[in-house]
Design a protein around this ligand. Structure first.
Ligand code: MN
Length: 209
């Protein structure tokens, strides 16, 4: 049985950028629902329960046809949210300046600078998030060759299934922002930058090497 990971901060710690109610519902209802469906999908498949959820998404061709799409949807939803919580940071106790001056660190910062420069990276990532039609995610990921890629994905499709490792993610399903931002997805995306945990992104990046 897979389990719901605890958040590494409180539900109100991302205020005012992501509100407490959204975090609460997102974690305890949406993430929980993906988890419950994922566990139900694997009930009759004890061998696959022994793998990590990430391994299942990385090797979709190994799955029986009758559960493949359910693993993509519910396993993807489970893994994507578990990842997303990790790359957010508590900011409610920081000064306005500390909240807004939030930039990539370390090796991943160097790599972003080499490929795009920070401002162009920010623009391209935001564009990927804005233009994802319907529900999905925007990603910064590292591909098989070690190159950084900005991409978007539909529904709960994971970059892991395309031989990429996620470094940064933004959930652009309406459930991620509708309570606070209603239909204003661009405003939600603009308010994502202060709550990125770049130290965690750097840790994840170093683990891919
Ligand atoms: Mn979500």
């Amino acid at each position: 049985m897979f389990t719901l990971p605890k958040l590494p901060y409180n539900y109100n710690d991302l205020e005012p950028f992501i509100d407490e109610q959204t975090m609460l519902v997102h974690h305890t209802k949406h993430h929980q629902a993906y988890l419950d469906k994922f566990n139900a999908t694997l009930t009759d498949y004890p061998d696959f329960q022994q793998k990590t959820a990430e391994e299942l998404l990385e090797n979709l061709d190994d799955l029986p046809q009758e559960i493949k799409q359910a693993v993509i949807n519910s396993g993807g939803g489970y893994v994507n949210h578990s990842f997303f919580w990790q790359i957010l940071r508590p900011v409610s106790n920081l000064s306005k300046q500390e909240q807004l001056e939030n930039y990539p660190q370390g090796e991943v910062a160097k790599k972003i600078d080499e490929v795009w420069g920070y401002e162009q990276f920010k623009e391209k990532f935001s564009q990927a998030a804005v233009s994802q039609f319907g529900s999905g995610w925007a990603w910064l990921a590292i591909d098989e060759l070690g190159e950084l890629k900005i991409l978007s994905s539909s529904n709960q499709d994971s970059p892991l299934s395309s031989k990429m490792k996620p470094l940064l993610a933004l959930d652009v399903w309406e459930h991620a922002y509708y309570l606070k931002y209603q239909n204003k997805r661009p405003e939600y995306i603009e308010n994502f930058w202060p709550v990125i945990n770049w130290q965690k992104v750097e840790e994840i990046f170093l683990r891919t090497k």
